[in-house]
Design a protein around this ligand. Sequence first.
Ligand SMILES: Cc1ncc(COP(=O)(O)O)c(C=O)c1O
Length: 461
Amino acid sequence: MSNKTSGLYDALKEYSESGAYPFHMPGHKRNLYPGLPYDIDITEINGFDDLHNAEGILKSTSEKMQKLFRSEHSYMLINGSTCGILAAITAVTNYGDEIIIARNCHRSVYNACKLNDLDVHFIFPAQDQHTGIADSITPESVEQAVKQYPNSKAIVITSPTYEGVISDIRSISEIVHRCGIVLITDNAHGAHQHFCGFCRAGEPIENGSDIVISSLHKTLPSLTQTAAAHLNSQFVNRKRFEKQLAVFQTSSPSYVLMASIDKCMDILSDSKELFSQYEENLNKFSADAKQLEKLHILCMGSDSPQKHPFFAFDIGKIVICTENTNINGSQLMQILRSKYSIETEMAYTDHVLAMTSVCDTTNAFDYLMNALKEIDDTLILLPDKKKYSELPKPHRSSYKPAYLDSLPNAPIYENGNLVNRQYIYAYPPGVPIIIPGELFDDNIREYIQHLKDTGIKVIYD
Ligand SMILES: Cc1ncc(COP(=O)(O)O)c(C=O)c1O
């Protein structure tokens, strides 16, 4: 057979050999196993079990997960957290039910609400004054929402967020359980939480969340698309959940992906040293961050979680802020890429997110810090720089996505106001800035224009 490789494979190999350092997903940081694993890419042949009715070798991987994460039931996901979120929401609601979601939920949550024709009520997190990122979801806001919408079947919140903000899951689960409402935690960015002393506060499995969906690939050494669903609940019908997993997961699950989950569990089962080294690296990075004079790092260096209204914060998410300097987030990302061959996870108006994991070496942390110090020396402070980081305030507290989605896409005038008909979001992070039915006013227009002007990709869906 010809040895000729595809353009994509060649491009990936070339990039992989370029020496660019990945401060982005996936968490394995490309330093575990080389090459494309054709030799272990099989289908569900004799002896290799069936993901959707696991009884053998795949069941034992799920059991390893259960034991490690101390859940009642754990499931391998090979279509990302996305399929787990779709399955979870579909399993705990009936067509047309009410649901409460945090307004900063990922688009997969919005899609699940649309597919199930749900009546959506929002909880609005406050915004961090400096970065504009969403604060924790407070127990008080949850208490108020369940009082206002007692017929809701479930509540969905993201913890930690893309940027590392953690919510008080223990208090939130106690509130919702008193009302018989199911708590689904989008823990896509928190698969490592269980193993990290520095961000274990609010870990959702041990703090009472009924369903927890975690992307293994984002923060742990596991291949892209791998994730886990954990069930710990008297309120959720397990069989119904399993049925929905079979709807939203492929019927040809990749053994390569499942093997990477199994390997990840083996790494986790003996990972104390890995995680303590990781914590040491982050603490040193934080101490070094005190030397930065113009850039600053969220909750690191001279900043701390206590200065923000966060319940807790995951410092594994390095949020480098350009506020009050003469560059924006996209420009910082570009300098890191072109001058230092450092690829970061994402840039926003005035910050850059560098994602880290146990697979980052001490040298890599030092290299990033030295690059930041050099860049810092070249910057000018602009104390009066206009802040655009604050999201315009949304206008709706409830909406019906399936109905709104059936309408034409173009904004329309209602009572003299321009009403939006699309989901408009910056990608990443994939959280809608404005949803169908909200007013498309001058603040939104200016904010979206500013995103575009600063090089951020804006998607109209
Ligand atoms: C908060 C959040 N939830 C869910 C997802 C979906 O995760 P996955 O890419 O594993 O499907 C993402 C992806 O970025 C995310 O940021």
